[in-house]
Design a binder for this molecule. Structure first.
Ligand code: SF4
Length: 274
């Protein structure tokens, strides 16, 4: 990431909140903040949803991005939640693609609580960076909703809904940031794919292994990852070529052709960014 540009630095004001951008500070977030800046929007709150499960180094990026958002005259905030690990501890297990309760507890509910506290009359417009071309389940994502239930009944606008990746990237470049070659890393996600995992550091894998040991379950489901069980094996799976991973003691086994190498399920639209 380049240094945050300083030419747009302004003094933060106490003006009422008119627009809310929920961010993870991945590519879509940077583009959306820049879009709001180029539209000369005023009264913009930029709200980071803190899962307390960010990948190594991501919170330093959050600090830098908040400084940048503040330099544009926007006001950065952070939501609070019990955090991914404590949630897994209380639930005695990890969320799955089928039972993805983490999105609601770590992101949606804290976001709704933040909205109730800072915009009790529900007058603010919520901006989100979802694009239809991201995945099949976002193909019909609307450009706007007069009443978004996930945002406490407020108006929701998705200005990039039918944009291409190139259009989004041009905003990131105009903001003075580099386009990240990976998804947002504010949460070491249960839906991480091989590419995401290859960016996990020793520290990240250690945190996953520690959580698995404490909770007594694996964070990633073996049957969706060619039988890889636990953080150490998942790491080997993540660095293997497609279809080449074999679990311990099965090195000579030939996997069935129809066994998926990984699960490609995405996160809930608008809250768990891709
Ligand atoms: S990013 Fe992944 S693990 Fe984190 S809350 Fe969203 S779905 Fe759950």
């Amino acid at each position: 990431m380049l240094e945050a540009p300083t030419q747009n630095r302004q003094v933060t004001t106490n003006q009422p909140i008119r627009f809310v951008i929920f961010v993870s500070y991945g590519n879509d977030s940077i583009a959306l903040i820049q879009w709001a800046h180029e539209q000369a929007l005023e009264g913009v709150a930029v709200v980071f949803t803190d899962t307390r499960w960010a990948a190594d180094g991501w919170m330093e990026r959050v600090d830098r991005c908040e400084t940048w958002a503040g330099s544009l005259g926007f006001v950065p905030y952070r939501t609070s939640s019990i955090g991914f690990r404590e949630l897994a501890r209380r639930k005695k297990g990890f969320p799955t693609q089928r039972y993805q309760w983490c999105s609601y507890i770590l992101k949606i509910e804290p976001g709704q609580r933040w909205l109730e506290e800072h915009d009790p009359d529900a007058r603010a417009v919520c901006l989100i960076g979802v694009r239809q071309e991201e995945s099949a389940d976002r193909a019909d994502f609307p450009e706007w909703l007069p009443r978004s239930e996930n945002h406490g009944g407020r108006v929701m606008i998705a200005p990039f809904a039918n944009w291409t990746t190139e259009q989004r990237n041009s905003l990131i470049e105009r903001a003075g940031f580099e386009v990240l070659p990976h998804r947002s890393r504010e949460c070491k996600c249960i839906n991480s794919n091989k590419k995401d995992m290859r960016h996990f550091t020793d520290n990240d894998w250690q945190q996953i292994a520690d959580a698995e040991e404490e909770i007594g379950k694996t964070m990633f489901r073996p049957h969706r990852h060619l039988g890889a069980k636990g953080a150490a094996e998942m790491r080997k799976w993540a660095s293997s070529k497609h279809g080449q991973y074999r679990p311990p003691n099965q090195e000579d086994a030939v996997p069935p052709d129809d066994l998926p190498d990984e699960d490609m399920t995405g996160c809930k639209p608008g809250w768990c960014e891709t």
